[in-house]
Ligand binder design. Structure first.
Ligand SMILES: [Zn+2]
Length: 251
């Protein structure tokens, strides 16, 4: 794990550079999107033990299988998400379980997606000393997608937005307007952020240029121009570009 700000630790999975974020203070920890592979979740539990941290809560940024994970060793603290995320995690459970693959351990499958919806802020009992996360809920990438803004630390935990490796991924059938609105909603936080932590990719101090790149890419696709975004060279991204082009053509 690397420490990107006081009390903010980030671990990175070997699958799709998926990040797990740990906020800790006073010996207590909040886990955001712990991921992904069983041995990595186990190693995260080891790392928490080594630091003497007790898990007092979890948070899932959105209802995709790689952001809803948990491990028995993290314990039974409440796990939170936006109301829309919690509803999707329940209603789409069969598809989310299938996305984990047949080989995923049963104990982890059982724990996947067991989140409760919370409207405004995280309950105090789930928030480590020194943190007052603000939930920035929107419908970019997934309905009820949530970024966490840490005003004291000036850290923006962006979920699957503002990635340096993934292109903007609005989801079918057509949430491109919602995605653009989400970027607008995130803009004031981006402008204040010392560090942005994407759900996939590297934490960086360049939140503003990431937001600009996302807007430029989407504007290019909408206008029918070929984007020059370097992220197009990353695995899976050419297919996402084609999917977005088809989405725009249908609109
Ligand atoms: Zn996602």
């Amino acid at each position: 794990m690397i420490e990107v700000a006081d009390g903010v630790l980030v671990a990175t999975s070997r699958v799709m550079s998926t990040t797990s974020t740990v906020l800790h203070g006073g010996g207590e920890a909040l886990l955001i999107d712990p991921a992904w592979l069983p041995d990595e979740l186990d190693a995260l539990a080891d790392a928490l033990d080594a630091r003497g941290l007790r898990v007092i809560g979890g948070f899932a940024t959105h209802a995709h299988h790689d952001h809803l994970l948990w491990h028995p060793r993290f314990g039974t603290a409440p796990r939170w998400a936006s109301p829309a995320t919690a509803t999707l995690a329940r209603d789409e459970r069969a598809a989310l379980v299938a996305a984990l693959g047949a080989d995923f351990p049963t104990a982890l499958v059982d724990l996947m997606g067991r989140v409760e919806g919370t409207d405004a802020a995280l309950p105090r009992a789930s928030t480590p000393a020194g943190f007052a996360p603000e939930l920035v809920v929107h419908d970019g990438h997934a309905p009820g997608h949530t970024a966490l803004w840490l005003p004291e630390q000036r850290v923006l935990i962006a979920g699957d937005m503002l990635s340096d490796v993934e292109l903007p991924l609005p989801f079918d059938p057509d949430d491109l307007p919602a995605y653009l609105a989400a970027l607008d909603l995130l803009e004031p936080y981006v402008e204040c952020a010392a560090i942005v932590i994407p759900g996939h990719g590297l934490p960086g101090s360049n939140a503003v240029s990431r937001l600009d790149a996302d807007r430029r890419y989407l504007a290019d696709v909408v206008a029918g121009r070929t984007p020059s975004d370097p992220r197009l060279a990353n695995p899976g991204m050419p297919a996402e570009y084609e999917r977005l082009r088809a989405m725009v053509a249908r609109a």
